[in-house]
Design a protein around this ligand. Structure first.
Ligand code: FAD
Ligand code: NDP
Length: 427
């Protein structure tokens, strides 16, 4: 015997929090909804973990960043869930799922059944061991995906003041953690295989802007190579990082950000999978009509890209896919297929950028790449399909977003380069 609910959200991250808010707004009854999460805390704004949470002074701490404060919405504390009659089952890992029988089984052996399931299991951080590097259990190697990882990272940072860190990976985690470490007065060496940072999104020119800025803050870049092993002391702590070319870097700590894998495992063989995620339609409904998927784990059609199926790993899509799924479940007649403008952002040091759309086609850079307020447009078939801007204000970002949404026609590329953000303002 186990518990039974009308709605179950599997996973207790960003998407779960925004789904819960939408359920509450649409009048879910007490006892109908349950959220099951492996984490020990109620849904929170995960982006805070690599930003405010790592600050040396006045760091962000729970309950301040529970969802949905990231969108200036209500802050859903554990008390809020109790008041709504939403069951929060925390510290509980689901180890198997049976979509035919509509049941989930927890690691402790409890069976929880549902009428409608929302999969919001997010993703897990890739480990170096998966790339053939022998992993030690060294306490000074840090990954960053969840609250427990971030808590460990903070405690390691506190022991390394004035010391050295090696950051493995030049993506989002690498860039944001390197900035946070510097702010904590730790000297950083970044190591990654590509020719420049953020290789999947940044052009060489954009990357050069950020790398120059990071270098001015003392960050040292080692590019085009990967690490091959660690040297440990007698306590098992890493003391040196050894690279494939034989370079040895003494260090007090290591942060690893080498990508993620969506947590699809429970549903492989039961639901359609595409692009590494659980495939859903414009209502976030999977190949089983009682099961929906949202956030990092979902691959959904992006109308703006001709309904190409995409899986996005960013907070805005987690929030919006979650709200959309709940609307589709509770009031299907009121909504149409999800129409999403992909949006990514980051904030490091005093810098801040936003990107909208797709990074395909020809790139035209604009603005001042020395002082900041610079960016790029991606043009495909004579139209703007992507736009990046560093150092803009609210109106600037709204303008570039609109330009992408409308797929503005480009008649003269020289004009786009010259006008920069102002070109988008004509949208
Ligand atoms: P998650 O928020 O990862 O939540 C998944 C939840 O499911 C977790 O609580 C997990 O424990 C739980 N779970 C998984 N499997 C099980 C299971 N079997 N049983 C029980 N529970 C399970 N994006 C941006 O756009 N901007 C940013 O600045 C930004 N910063 C980020 C900083 C960090 C440190 C990280 C890690 C990510 C950041 N992201 C950012 C990405 C963004 O946070 C994710 O896209 C978003 O969290 C995805 O939401 P989700 O609900 O799909 O998954
Ligand atoms: P990313 O995919 O952004 O970056 C991973 C980086 O590590 C890439 O540069 C990758 O190179 C590199 N890499 C891969 N394998 C190795 C290796 N063996 N040694 C060294 N480098 C390697 O993932 P992150 O880990 O940075 O981020 C994890 C998740 O968190 C993502 O979903 C991201 O979207 C999210 N996040 C988002 C933020 C934001 O939006 N502001 C902030 C923080 C996290 P290659 O490209 O060649 O594989």
């Amino acid at each position: 015997m186990g518990r039974a609910f009308v709605y179950v959200i599997l996973g207790g991250g960003v998407a779960a929090g925004y789904a819960a808010l939408e359920f509450a707004r649409r009048g879910v009854s007490a006892g109908e909804l349950c959220i099951i999460s492996e984490e020990s805390v109620a849904p929170y704004e995960r982006p805070a973990l690599s930003k405010g949470f790592l600050l040396p002074e006045a760091p962000a701490r729970l309950p301040a960043f529970h969802t949905c404060v990231g969108s200036n919405e209500e802050r859903l504390t554990p008390k809020w869930y109790t008041e709504q009659g939403i069951e929060l089952v925390l510290g509980t890992r689901v180890k198997s799922a049976d979509v035919k029988r509509k049941t989930l089984t927890t690691a402790a052996g409890e069976t929880i059944s549902y009428k409608i399931l929302i999969i919001a299991t997010g993703a897990r951080a890739l480990k170096l061991g998966e790339f053939g590097v022998r992993e030690s259990d060294a306490e000074n190697i840090c990954y960053l995906r969840n609250f427990a990882d971030a808590t460990k990272l903070v405690s390691i940072i506190q022991t390394c003041n004035g010391g050295n860190a090696v950051v493995i990976g030049g993506g989002y985690i690498g860039m944001e953690c390197a900035a946070a470490l510097v702010t904590n007065r730790i000297k950083v060496t970044m190591v990654f295989p590509e020719a420049h940072c953020m290789a999947r999104l940044f052009t060489p020119k954009i990357a050069d802007f950020y790398e120059t800025y990071y270098e001015s803050k003392g960050v040292h870049f080692i590019k085009g190579t990967v690490l091959s092993s660690f040297e440990n002391d007698s306590d098992g702590k890493v003391t040196e990082v050894v690279l494939r070319d034989g370079t040895r870097i003494p260090t007090n700590m290591v942060v690893v950000g080498i990508g993620i894998r969506p947590n699809t495992g429970l549903f492989e063989g039961q639901l359609a999978i595409e692009k590494g995620g659980i495939k859903v339609n414009g209502r976030m409904q999977t190949s089983n009509s009682s099961v929906f998927a949202v956030g990092d784990v979902a691959s959904f059609p992006v109308k703006l890209f001709g309904s190409d199926i995409r899986r996005l790993e960013h907070v805005d899509s987690a929030r919006k896919t979650a709200s959309h799924a709940v609307s589709a479940i509770i009031a299907p007649e009121t909504i149409s297929d999800f129409d999403y403008l992909p949006f990514f952002y980051s904030r490091v040091f005093t810098l801040s950028w936003q990107f909208y759309g797709d990074s395909v086609g020809e790139v035209i850079h604009y603005g001042d790449f020395v002082a900041g307020r610079c960016g790029a447009y991606w043009i495909d078939k004579g139209r703007i399909v992507g736009a990046f801007l560093e150092g803009g204000d609210r109106d600037d970002y709204a303008a570039i977003a609109e330009a992408v949404k409308l797929k503005m026609v480009v008649k003269e590329k020289g004009e786009v380069e010259e006008l920069g953000v102002e070109f988008a303002s004509r949208a």
